[in-house]
Design a protein around this ligand. Structure first.
Ligand code: GLU
Length: 522
């Protein structure tokens, strides 16, 4: 087992050496930013901040076939949006630059030469047809899962089976070839994963991985290991889908004579129905197929989720603050303090849209009213409510905040604070309007008309008095008044609402609406 580290404010002690934590997010920009990708970035960021280390962004763009224009820019802008600003990455210079793997190909070729010289790698000239023929042979021999490794390498077209002269000739004539890792037979590779504990691999499960492709570009495995070493990465924190690559990486570290970084593989994230999250299933967030969710971070941003809620939710996908700590709502700084790899789960996480929605509401509640006012003022104007005084809007927001699941719903839910309602909920009207309702409301209107100070408490007092005088319950008044004044049957506390609307508006609306509603249900 690897020596266990001891963390302090300035890094961590490995034995008695103090090391600065250096972690990286190393995406391959092949399109949209996946929820799982943002979680990997977030956990790396939290770990770096928590331990006073560096968070590095490295773009793994050596697979030219999968390259998508604009994907890198998109990725960087999502990280910026999320506030996960790398300490080093594209645009930084210094000893570790460049941070685009496509700009480091010379390095990978250089390190491949080292492996060839030490015998840890070899040239392979097999054509796709030759590989297919070998696969056929294996299939016929009852092995449907052929691996290019010790089982067949002796019968293939590679430098292990060539004389030095034949090899030289093949190279001189420019014969297309790849460089493969020579995986020894009968070896075990063990990693002490920070999350999963010890994991052991047998070299039988591994193939002689292609390290350098015929176009001179490295594969993920080579470039990833070389860069993690050169960039002095101390902890590799990434998705569980990379766990099976670990033995190849360990063999590479060993072949180079380098110490591998510590590793932590994060649990997978699944759809509610247990399937893999895929963009193919999804049209939009509003029409999700049963059991599926959207893996694309941009969809949640577009839908208007609070940034802090998305980050908070993603943090909880596979991590919790620990026993005895039942907090669910965190901002980024609180996450930095609370986060630890020990609290990351081993088992897969299930994406729960309801929980994200709940967190969104919680984060809106935590927001500063002045900031919400500034955000929502333009939306009111777009909706045609004209210029609304900031202090009035702020009071409306304070009253409505706890009813908001999305800030984008505000205008729809709160329109009656800015204009008299034109439509009334007919179902509610039929339920609440009774023979004596108009009379009760007229008495209430008369009583509030006489009020000098139009406060919630005074209005409530008046309402109770009218109810008592008519030998009836408050509810007989409360529901119709709300409906008459707002057009709808739900909303914030009625007395605060009436106070905020003001006496004049309330009286005007009561008068107007009583007639409309009476007619509507007649
Ligand atoms: N480029 C890999 C990816 O797309 C990086 C995996 C790793 O972190 O090693 O996720």
């Amino acid at each position: 087992m690897a020596e266990s580290p001891f963390f302090c404010d300035h890094g961590y002690f490995l034995g008695d050496v103090l090391k600065t934590v250096r972690v990286r997010f190393a995406p391959s920009p092949t399109g949209f930013v996946h929820i799982g990708g943002l979680r990997t970035a977030l956990y790396n960021y939290l770990f770096a901040r928590k331990h006073g280390g560096a968070f590095i962004l490295r773009i793994e763009d050596t697979d030219r076939e999968r390259f998508v224009d604009g994907a890198t820019e998109n990725l960087i802008s999502v990280l910026e949006w999320a506030g996960l600003i790398p300490d080093e990455g594209p645009g930084s210079d210094g000893a570790f630059a460049p941070y685009f793997q496509s700009q480091r190909t010379g390095l990978y070729q250089e390190y491949t030469r080292q492996l060839l010289e030490s015998g840890a790698a070899y040239y392979a000239f097999d054509t796709p047809q030759e590989i297919e023929a070998a696969r056929q042979r294996a299939r016929q021999a009852g092995n449907p899962f052929m691996k290019y490794n010790f089982t067949i390498r002796h019968e293939m077209n590679n430098s292990l089976n060539m004389t030095a002269q034949a090899l030289q000739q093949a190279l001189d004539s420019g014969k297309p070839h790849v460089i493969r890792l020579l995986v020894p037979e009968g070896r075990k590779f063990e990693v002490a994963d920070e999350i999963r504990g010890p994991v052991v691999f047998d070299s039988r499960e591994i193939d002689d991985q292609v390290l350098l492709k015929s176009d001179g570009f490295p594969t993920y495995h080579l470039a990833n290991v070389v860069d993690d070493h050169l960039m002095e990465i101390t902890h590799v924190i990434r998705g569980e889908e990379w766990l099976s690559s670990v033995p190849k990486h360990l063999l590479l570290y060993e072949s180079f004579g380098w110490t591998p970084p510590r590793m932590a593989h994060l649990p997978l994230i699944f759809n509610p129905d247990g399937s893999k999250m895929s963009k193919r299933d999804i049209q939009s967030l509003d029409e999700l197929p049963d059991g599926k969710v959207d893996p694309d971070v941009a969809s949640y941003i577009r839908k208007g989720y609070e940034k802090t809620a998305i980050i908070n939710y993603i943090a909880l996908l596979g991590w919790n603050p620990g026993e005895g700590d039942d907090r669910q709502v965190f901002d980024l700084d609180e996450l930095v303090h609370a986060f630890s790899l020990e609290r990351v789960n081993k088992s897969a996480a299930i994406f729960d849209l309801k929980k994200l929605q709940w967190l969104n509401k919680e984060h809106i509640l935590r927001r500063d009213t002045a900031a919400l006012t500034a955000q929502l003022q333009p939306a009111l104007q777009v909706a045609g409510y004209g210029e609304v005084a900031d202090d009035y809007l702020a009071r409306v927001i304070a009253l409505m905040k706890e009813r908001l699941y999305f800030t984008g719903d505000f205008v729809k839910l709160a329109g009656y604070f800015f204009a008299d309602p034109l439509a009334f909920d007919e179902g509610a009207a039929r339920k609440r309007w009774q023979a004596d309702t108009n009379d009760l409301l007229a008495q209430f209107a008369g009583a509030i008309h006489r009020l000098e100070s139009f406060t919630a408490a005074a209005i409530e007092e008046v309402l109770r008095q009218v109810a008592e005088a008519n030998n009836t319950s408050g509810g007989k008044l409360i529901h119709p008044i709300r409906l008459a004044v707002t057009g709808v049957s739900v909303g914030p506390g009625l007395f605060e609402l009436l106070e905020l609307l003001g006496k004049e508006t309330v009286l005007r609306r009561l008068k107007k609406s009583m007639e409309i509603i009476a007619k509507m249900i007649a």
